[in-house]
Design a protein around this ligand. Structure first.
Ligand SMILES: CC(C)(COP(=O)(O)OP(=O)(O)OC[C@H]1O[C@@H](n2cnc3c(N)ncnc32)[C@H](O)[C@@H]1OP(=O)(O)O)[C@@H](O)C(=O)NCCC(=O)NCCS
Length: 163
């Protein structure tokens, strides 16, 4: 039976890292998004993992970031990964939506995600107008998306950095 639960690091963290190795490969850590994650700490109570009989088969990790000179708070969603054997049922969206609900319930104002709009648009993410958000490294503007949580994501503007 598949269930979606918060991350318990002592139970899930090693399996999550193994899943990232399988899904992204070694090039993963070179990405701009990783530069942000390097200096932030993901939030286990908001992260969501999909378990099949206790085995980690999917994950969405979530990181606090600040945006612009006013240091507006936002949550950065990703990486999102699903075990290749379990793909084909939009499980990534179900996991991400559970993590979005958790972020909203905890009062975080807005979510940022870098990824495919064709997929994550289905979870309510919209592409930001070009230039509104910048990152500490190159980033394809067509992949930069935001979504309201408890606040207004359209207020986010400026350089996205770790807190
Ligand atoms: C992306 C991923 C999480 C999706 O897994 P999933 O929820 O099982 O997705 P599905 O296989 O059910 O596919 C759902 C839809 O998303 C599309 N899709 C899948 N991966 C995609 C990707 N990387 N980019 C764009 N679209 C993608 C599929 O084509 C499908 O669309 P369709 O129904 O129009 O054909 C999974 O493929 C994965 O782990 N990939 C490697 C890691 C990754 O690229 N993560 C995303 C960036 S953070």
């Amino acid at each position: 039976m598949i269930e979606i639960v918060p991350e318990t690091p002592s139970l899930h963290a090693d399996a999550i890292e193994a899943l990232f190795d399988v899904t992204f490969g070694p090039g993963h850590f070179a990405k701009t998004a990783e530069r942000l994650r390097e200096y932030s700490r993901s939030l286990p109570e908001i992260n969501r993992v999909a378990l099949d009989d206790g085995k980690v088969i999917g994950v969405c990790r979530v990181w606090p970031l600040v945006v612009g000179p006013e240091r507006m708070q936002a949550l950065f969603y990703g990486p999102v990964a699903v075990d290749p054997a379990y793909r084909g049922n939009f499980l990534s969206l179900k996991i991400t939506e559970a993590a979005l609900e958790a972020g909203k319930a905890a009062g975080w104002p807005a979510a940022i995600l870098i990824g495919a709009h064709s997929l994550f648009g289905k979870a309510g993410f919209t592409i930001v107008p070009r230039g509104r958000l910048t990152f500490p490294g190159p980033q394809d503007p067509a992949r930069i998306m935001v979504r309201d949580l408890a606040g207004d994501a359209s207020l986010l503007e400026g350089l996205v950095t770790a807190p």
